[in-house]
Write a protein that binds this ligand. Structure first.
Ligand code: CA
Length: 236
């Protein structure tokens, strides 16, 4: 038997469990499934899954409390399965340490892409001072020289703009909340708000994107934050 990645589904809705199991079985994942938060906590410690798909609305423990608990002892990637229009839940889940979220109803391709990204970037733990170069499609970032290139053409960014681009590259494919970006770039100064971040992002897009209204690199996750599209994933 092949050593398949284990996906733990934590979900109490039988129809969704059935759908997820079918999709994951067909795509070479081993599925473990539980219906409650209590079982989720014991199964994460006993089965060491490679990735957890977590519904927030469970019958016993709130999904957010599960994230908080698990993050005290495990860095297993957690992808939240979230109902539409609950942006505050998404933000809180991400700030508590969830890696990503998928909005219900979800598309198969998107779900599988999110799982692959979570597995690919597992435990690499973004370093504070990255070195070397990283490439994402036409975009290249040279961490040593603190320079950004589109194809071979250097893009002139301010310090703050560079930090934002660097941060999204280090967490490529993952959504970063506004608060997270502000903390990392400005050190959580309360005078800096989302508006200042938005202005910087608009400037970055003007410099980086052919059409800033339809960004190909850093996209907006409405009400939540920003995500650097992983161009190794063409399905998103
Ligand atoms: Ca539920």
């Amino acid at each position: 038997m092949k050593n398949l990645p284990i996906v733990l589904i934590v979900e109490d809705d039988k129809a969704i469990v059935h759908l997820l199991t079918t999709i994951l079985d067909a795509n070479d994942y081993r599925v473990v499934q539980v219906n409650t938060g209590r079982e989720a906590l014991s199964t994460i410690s006993s089965h060491c899954p490679d990735v957890v798909l977590l519904d927030l609305g469970l019958p016993d423990i709130d999904g957010l409390d599960i994230i908080k608990n698990v993050r005290q002892w495990s860095q297993v990637p957690i992808i939240v399965l979230s109902a539409r229009n609950r942006e505050r839940d998404k933000v809180e889940a991400l700030d508590l340490g969830a890696d990503d979220y998928v909005t219900k109803p979800f598309g198969t391709a998107e779900l599988l892409a999110r799982i692959r990204i979570a597995l690919r970037h597992v435990s690499t733990g973004a370093p504070d001072t990255p070195t070397g170069k990283a490439q994402n499609g036409r975009l290249t970032i040279d961490y040593d020289k603190r320079r950004v290139y589109l194809d071979d053409h250097e893009i002139h960014l301010t310090q703050v703009e560079y930090k934002i681009v660097m941060l999204t590259m280090l967490h490529i494919g993952k959504v970063l909340t506004y608060d997270f970006i502000i903390r990392c770039v400005w050190g959580a100064r309360p005078t800096v708000n989302n508006q200042i971040l938005r202005v910087n992002m608009a400037n970055i897009r003007r410099k980086l994107e052919e059409n800033p209204a339809d960004p190909q690199f850093i996209i907006t996750e409405t009400g939540v934050g920003y995500r650097m599209i992983d161009h190794a994933e063409e399905n998103i």
